[in-house]
Design a protein around this ligand. Structure first.
Ligand code: MG
Length: 379
C-alpha cells in the first residue's frame, strides 16, 4: 500500500552550507515527493550557498540578510530547520516560533542560551520544537506514546570523544588536530571540540531540560564508546527504552522532518552481530569537568547558561585559532561563570547582554594569559 499522496512539506533551512544543512539537502533530493526547499539561508559562504541553490533551483537564497526573519515567517513555509552555528540562530528561531512555525532544531546553543524564552514563545504561539540532535531525537522517540509523569530519568549517551583514554595530565598539550579527530561522528569543528571536552554533553543536559521539561537531577550522562545507543529513557516502573542506530545524522534529521511518518531506508540498520558488544561506563568528572559545570549553570538558571554558552563559543574559537591550550577552553568558561556580575532573568536583552559580556570577558582573560606568558623569562 502506498502512502496517501499529499503535497511536499515546504522547508526553510537556516545553516544550509554547514554539515547538518548539507545532509538536509541530501534528504530533500532523495525524497522530492515529501520535501521541497523553499529557502536556503547561510551565514557567509556565498559559493557553497550558490552550489546548494543550483541543486534546488526553486529555493530562495539568502546570505546573512536582514530578511532572514521574513524568510522563516513566510506563509509558504511549513517547517523551519535551524542548523546555523551557535548564538546567531537565536533570533531567527524566535521569529519562526512567533509566526506559528514548528522548528526542527539542530542548534542546541539556542536552547542553552535562551531556553526559557524559547519555551515561553512556544507556549504563547502553540508551536513545537522537533529535536535533530541525535541524543534528543533518541529520547523523543523513546517518549512517543508515553506520559510525561512516567519518566524517571533521561540518560544521555556520549562516546567520550578522542580523549577518553588519554592520560589526563597530557590533555593540556593536546593539539587542535588531535581534538578534531573524533572517533565516531563526522561533524563541524565547533561541536567536535565540544565533544573532546565533553562540553557537548553538558550543553545537551541543558538542551534536554528545556526540550523535555525534566529537572537537572534526573538527566544523567553515560559514556558509550560505540555510539550505537543514541540515548535512553528510564521509566518510573524500572523499564528502560533505548533508541539504536548507526552514527549518521541523516537518521535524526529524517525523523524530525517527516514526523510522525518514517521515511523508507534512510540508513542501514545497525548490524548488532557484527558490532558484537555495547559498552557503557560512568563519566569521569575529573577528566571531563565541563559536564558538572554545565549542569551547575543550568541549576542556577537565569542567564548563567547564556554565559556558559557564549564563554564556550569564544574559548573554542580561541583554541581553534591556536591561541589557548586545550585545558584552558573549559578553564575560561569556569572563570567566566565564577566572575559573572549577576544572574538576571531571561528576557532577550538580558540574554544578549550576558552573551556579550561573556565573550568580552573570555577574550580579555585570554589576552591576560598571553601577556603573562610573554612576560616570563626563558628557563
Ligand atoms: Mg548530540
Amino acid at each position: 500500500m502506498s502512502p496517501a499522496r499529499r503535497s511536499p512539506r515546504r522547508l526553510a533551512l537556516l545553516g544550509a552550507t554547514g554539515s547538518i544543512g548539507r545532509q538536509v539537502c541530501d534528504l530533500v533530493e532523495r525524497n522530492p515527493e515529501r520535501f521541497r526547499l523553499h529557502a536556503l539561508i547561510a551565514g557567509h559562504d556565498q559559493a557553497a550557498l550558490d552550489a546548494a541553490g543550483r541543486r534546488h533551483p526553486g529555493a530562495h537564497r539568502l546570505l546573512a540578510h536582514p530578511a532572514v526573519a521574513e524568510a522563516v515567517q513566510d506563509p509558504d513555509v511549513d517547517l523551519v530547520i535551524v542548523a546555523a552555528m551557535g548564538a546567531a540562530a537565536l533570533a531567527p528561531t524566535l521569529a519562526a516560533l512567533e509566526a506559528g512555525k514548528d522548528v526542527a532544531i539542530a542548534t542546541k546553543e539556542v536552547l542553552v542560551m535562551a531556553g526559557e524564552l524559547v519555551r515561553e514563545r512556544m507556549r504563547r504561539h502553540g508551536t513545537r520544537l522537533l529535536p535533530i540532535d541525535s541524543e534528543h531525537s533518541a529520547i523523543w522517540q523513546c517518549l512517543w506514546g508515553e506520559q510525561r509523569e512516567s519518566i524517571g530519568r533521561l540518560i544521555l549517551t556520549g562516546s567520550g570523544g578522542p580523549f577518553l583514554r588519554r592520560p589526563v595530565d597530557s590533555l593540556a598539550a593536546a593539539t587542535v588536530e588531535e581534538a578534531l579527530a573524533h572517533p565516531r561522528w563526522k561533524m563541524g569543528p565547533k561541536i567536535t571540540i565540544d565533544s573532546a571536552t565533553m562540553m557537548n554533553k553538558g550543553l545537551e543536559i541543558i538542551e534536554a531540560h528545556f526540550l523535555f521539561d525534566v529537572e537537572y537531577d534526573r538527566i544523567q550522562v553515560l559514556v558509550h564508546p560505540q555510539s550505537v545507543v543514541h540515548s535512553m529513557v528510564e521509566f518510573r516502573d524500572g523499564s528502560v527504552k533505548a533508541q539504536l542506530g548507526i552514527p549518521d545524522m541523516h537518521l535524526p534529521i529524517a525523523v524530525a522532518l517527516s514526523y510522525p511518518e518514517r521515511i523508507e531506508a534512510v540508513v542501514a540498520p545497525p548490524d548488532l552481530a557484527a558490532i558484537g558488544r555495547l559498552d557503557f561506563e560512568a563519566l569521569d568528572p575529573g577528566r571531563f569537568p565541563a559536564v558538572a559545570l554545565a549542569r551547575d549553570a543550568g541549576r542556577r538558571g537565569g542567564t548563567a547558561t547564556a554565559v556558559l554558552n557564549a564563554a564556550n563559543e569564544e574559548a573554542v574559537a580561541l583554541f581553534l585559532e591556536g591561541r589557548i591550550g586545550f585545558n584552558r577552553v573549559v578553564g575560561l568558561v569556569e572563570a567566566a561563570l565564577s566572575s559573572m556580575p549577576g544572574f538576571g532573568g531571561h528576557a532577550l536583552e538580558e540574554v544578549l547582554s550576558a552573551d556579550a559580556w561573556a565573550r568580552r570577558h573570555v577574550r580579555e582573560l585570554a589576552s591576560a594569559d598571553r601577556r603573562a606568558s610573554a612576560g616570563k623569562l626563558p628557563a
